[in-house]
Design a protein. Structure first.
Length: 387
């Protein structure tokens, strides 16, 4: 540490006095001649005007906030989230998945970005998962047969449609060339895409993998990217501006029951992460690949006209026209109307003012419900109210 002028001056005066005292001591010891002390050489003193290091003020550190430009990324048409640009351009795969108790657990369903659930014969439901990043799928299924209305729902996402067989009412459309599908009943597709799990009994033993799906697409020479004019199925909220349903007409939605009579599913809201967790058959609804419980950010209830076609119970569900429903997110529910012009275009959803609604970024579950049984649909403000 540097010395101040005051300290230096004090040190010099002390030194001078000490020198004088030494001279006096030598004289008293009998020195014959008195020594004459020479004055000290003048010293040039430079005053230290710099502060001590301990007192130096801290320099202000200016930290520029890093802005994520999302270089090399684009918004997913399925979730509204940022993904790799090449992935965002990639057409999704939709897959028919069995939903009977004997088919459980399902595999790969937790990796779907959108899940459709609709009634089939006998009061059961079947699921259709729509997958953006299907290459990474280790096991998907069990893969089940198509219903015509599911093929139409898939068309709205420009998805490649995976199924194993079909109801007779769907066969004509599936063979018309209007839809890109992978049908396990076709021998070449079965060999390329499908494998059998020997631990399961037919018809719940047919599964696919990501590698198999890519092989099937190559076999059928399907276009791997979205059509250039495809503009997406949903409209999503911007980054950092999530949808908050706060209109007076909205209601609390802690638990949602779509009203299916066999599997009796429901969704329970978790305010900690803002997701709705799925239950059915009295248990958590899980993905067999990792035992994780299925959870989504958005639920769409789409009330539709349903009629029975024959004595086997096969159904026809109106996929075009318009109807009512609910949008549920963030612990709240809002009434909506839906419209669809044709089976080659997306379904659109509108609020009470006729404005197309925005979904929160994340996964979405679409429940197709029967207009003649809307009394089965329940939305509860509190889990304790659930019947």
């Amino acid at each position: 540490m540097k010395k101040s002028w005051k300290d230096t001056k004090k040190r010099l005066m002390t030194g001078m006095l000490a020198a004088a005292g030494t001279g006096m001591l030598l004289s008293g010891c009998g020195k014959k001649e008195e020594e004459v002390l020479k004055p000290p050489k003048p010293q040039t003193i430079v005053e230290d005007t710099e502060p001590d290091e301990e007192t130096l003020p801290d320099e202000e550190t200016v930290v520029e906030e890093e802005v994520d430009t999302h270089e090399g990324e684009a918004k997913s048409f399925l979730t509204g989230e940022w993904v790799e640009e090449t992935l965002a351009k990639q057409r999704p795969i939709s897959c028919m998945i069995g939903n009977t108790q004997s088919a459980l657990p399902q595999y790969g369903i937790g990796q779907a970005q959108v899940i459709y659930e609709a009634p089939v014969e006998g009061g059961l439901t079947r699921l259709m998962g729509i997958f953006q990043d299907y290459q990474s799928l280790e096991k998907l299924g069990s893969v089940r047969s198509s219903r015509l209305y599911y093929a139409y729902y898939s068309m709205g996402f420009d998805a490649i449609y995976l199924h194993y067989g079909q109801a007779s009412y769907a066969q004509g459309f599936l063979e018309s060339g209007q839809i890109d599908d992978l049908n396990g009943l076709e021998y070449a597709v079965d060999q390329a895409v499908i494998y059998r799990d020997t631990a399961k009994k037919a018809p719940h033993n047919a599964y696919a993998t990501g590698k198999g799906l890519m092989a099937g697409m190559e076999l059928k020479k399907y276009e791997a990217e979205y059509a250039k004019d495809f503009a997406g199925h949903y409209q999503f909220a911007p980054d950092e501006e999530p949808v908050v349903l706060k209109d007076a007409s909205c209601q609390d939605a802690a638990v949602v029951q779509p009203g299916y009579v066999i599997n009796k599913p429901y969704f329970e809201y978790n305010p900690q992460d803002g997701l709705y967790y799925r239950y059915q058959y009295g248990e958590r609804h899980i993905d067999g690949n990792d035992s994780s419980q299925l959870a989504v950010k958005n639920i769409l209830i789409q009330n539709s006209n349903v009629r029975t076609l024959d004595d086997k119970g096969y159904l026809e569900i109106a996929t075009t026209g318009e109807g009512t429903g609910w949008y549920i997110t963030g612990g709240k529910a809002m009434e909506l109307t839906w419209k669809r012009e044709d089976n080659f275009s997306p379904t659109r959803y509108f609020d009470g003012d006729g404005k197309e609604i925005l979904l929160n970024q994340g996964k979405t579950w679409v429940c197709i419900t029967d207009n003649s049984h809307l009394d089965r649909v329940h939305i509860y403000a509190d889990a304790g109210q659930m019947q």
